[in-house]
Design a protein around this ligand. Structure first.
Ligand code: ATP
Ligand code: MG
Length: 567
């Protein structure tokens, strides 16, 4: 391609709206343009990258026998009502109506549509297994669309759905997909880690997120530096450390005045102790409207996802001040487990090992010291209810867990019969008995993966594309308009194209400096600089974008060198 024939509106200045590198560089390199919050146009250069990521995904999906389909983006509300997601999805679902006032939504994901297809068309176990995938635009009215293609309201996703007749086959479909994802992200040139993820109410261990490690990542993961264990903090198990000493005697409970202490730190300061001697009492409202109390050690963070999973609910909100007042008789900040009536008390396992600790007294400006469970109040359930953190014991080795931030680029999830039961997606086995199909669902954010690649591959001059997803392999840069330079440029352009190298020729009438800047910004892995000085010595410069290393090569051998570097 020639630059003069391609729409590449590069920007010299950093666009103010962009907070992260990939967003900034995609705008500056003329790859994307914003239309509205979280809604982007893909320009030719950006689309080339997207298509490359898609192609890698397609090849690996086809390789494991998944079949490509294209389901409609627009889906009727009835299907979503069957699974109750019409309500459950809430404001993230983009809804609309047709001329007859019938409700529709723009698909944020496609379990409903694909399960409907299955129940209409599949009758027998002989038709299984089947895995369908598509690469398509998805719509989610995200609360905070941001970071360009990372979190859009309209974005391209590869989504796949597997249907199997038994657990064993379903696990195989899941594993095949997991392996395909490993290959896809490796081929895309990403440094990533598959981490165990939360399975919500479905339970089981089969959910992995593929995380690209990057500081701007929105997900926090914990990993064991000495084993392959890694998990999203939402899900990471916490192993209890045994109590340091059991023989501390019980002291007697005492109420102490703690005016104006709203936080754990303030209470500890006033009482001259540390946060691990205090137990927070967090009051939550369940979707059924009841209040529960969760006891967490003062230096730990509650993990609401774990609490929800234990209770078998999908929503938990901290009780508002009115509810706190009515349940405890005190304002927020002074809640405690002693004397709480009609409230289920859950305690994190770390609390179980404590003695003589501080709790709120359910009375404004007062706490108890030397509180002890069993003696002063009863715990209903002990469990793992806190967030894992750096320094925790690894559940799989002697090492301490470390944390890192990640960008979730893919997700594989064993659904079980969640949708097939609700929608009646059944098949007959060899004995003529009816069963619900066992499903898995598998997503990849195509634009997010491309953006993540930029987060991991750039310098202060611009993008440094991994070869497999680069919009062009070679950027040809004639630096003057002398006859000799133009002639050699033409010859090399033709030779490279002939060798199926994807080449962008900067044929603009611009200064060398401008061309160099744009080439570094756009980030093709190789640049070829053709100038009069070099040609006098009979050479052109072959420059690697990543290292800046220049090789002087004679024009006749350029293609050979390029192919070597690309292979
Ligand atoms: P997140 O927690 O980041 O919102 P999710 O759990 O909602 O992601 P899935 O429903 O599993 O995501 O979607 C599959 C994949 O689609 C994700 O792994 C991610 O790569 C991508 N994705 C999800 N939401 C967006 C978005 N708003 N913009 C771009 N890509 C997205
Ligand atoms: Mg989401």
């Amino acid at each position: 391609m020639r630059t003069t024939q391609m729409f590449i509106p590069t920007l010299r200045e950093d666009p103010g709206e962009a907070e992260i590198v990939s967003h900034r560089l995609m705008l500056r390199a003329g790859m994307i343009r914003k239309v509205a919050a979280g809604i982007y146009s893909y320009l030719p250069l950006g689309l080339r990258v997207i298509r490359k990521v898609e192609q890698i995904i397609r090849e690996e999906m086809n390789q494991i026998g998944a079949q490509e389909v294209l389901l409609p983006m627009l889906s009727p509300a009835e299907l979503w009502k069957e699974t109750e997601r019409w309500d459950f999805y809430g404001k993230e679902l983009m809804r609309c109506q047709d001329r007859h006032d019938r409700d529709f939504c723009l698909g944020p994901t496609h379990e409903e549509i694909v399960t409907d297809l299955f129940r209409r068309e599949v009758r027998s176990y002989r038709q299984l297994p089947v895995t369908l995938y598509q690469i398509q635009t998805k719509f989610r009215d995200e609360i905070r669309p941001r970071f360009g293609l990372m979190r859009g309201r309209e974005f391209i996703m590869k989504d796949a759905y597997s249907f199997d007749q038994n657990e064993e086959d379903a696990q195989k479909s899941y594993n095949d997909m997991y392996q395909a994802y490993q290959r896809i992200f490796t081929r895309t040139g990403l440094h990533f880690r598959a981490v165990q993820a939360d399975t919500g109410l479905i339970g089981g261990s089969s959910s992995h997120e593929f995380m690209v490690l990057a500081n701007i990542g929105e997900e926090l993961i914990v990993f064991d530096p000495e084993s392959s264990y890694a998990a999203n903090v939402e899900r990471a198990e916490v192993v209890t450390s045994p109590p340091a000493s059991q023989d501390e005697p019980y002291h007697s409970l005492k109420k102490v005045n703690t005016p104006q202490t709203k936080t754990v730190t303030e209470v500890c300061q006033l009482l001259n102790t540390t946060a691990d001697h205090l137990v927070k009492t967090l009051l939550y409202t369940t979707p059924q409207g009841s209040i529960i109390a969760v006891l967490i050690r003062g230096d730990h963070q509650a993990n609401e996802i774990k609490i929800q999973r234990h209770l078998g609910i999908h929503d938990l909100t901290l009780a508002d001040s009115d509810s706190v007042q009515s349940v405890t008789g005190a304002p927020t900040g002074f809640s405690g487990p002693i004397g709480l009536k009609n409230v289920q008390i859950l305690a994190d396992q770390a609390v179980q090992h404590l003695k003589n600790y501080i709790v709120g007294a359910n009375e404004a400006d007062n706490h108890y010291i030397n509180a002890n469970h069993s003696r002063d109040f009863n715990i209903d359930v002990v469990g793992d209810f806190r967030q894992a953190e750096a320094g925790d014991q690894s559940p799989h080795s002697q090492a301490k867990l470390e944390t890192a931030r990640g960008i979730e680029v893919g997700h594989v999830f064993m659904l079980g019969t969640k949708y097939s039961e609700k929608m009646g997606a059944k098949f007959l086995d060899a004995q003529g008995e009816e069963h619900c199909a066992i499903m898995g669902c598998y997503g990849i954010g195509v634009g997010r993966a491309a953006a993540a690649a930029i987060e991991q591959n750039h310098d202060d001059r611009g993008i440094i594309w991994p070869i497999p997803i680069a919009p062009f392999h070679v950027h040809l840069l004639p630096v003057t308009t002398s006859e000799q330079v133009l002639e050699v440029t033409q010859t090399l352009y033709a030779a490279l194209e002939h060798a199926n190298v994807e080449v962008l020729l900067d044929d603009r009438n611009e200064r060398a400096g401008v061309k160099f800047n744009d080439a570094d910004l756009i980030g093709a892995p190789l640049q070829v600089i053709i100038g009069d000085k070099g040609l006098k010595q009979g050479t052109v410069d072959l420059k690697e974008r990543k290292t800046g290393e220049i090789t002087k090569v004679i024009p006749e051998e350029l293609v050979k060198h390029v192919l070597e570097k690309l292979s």
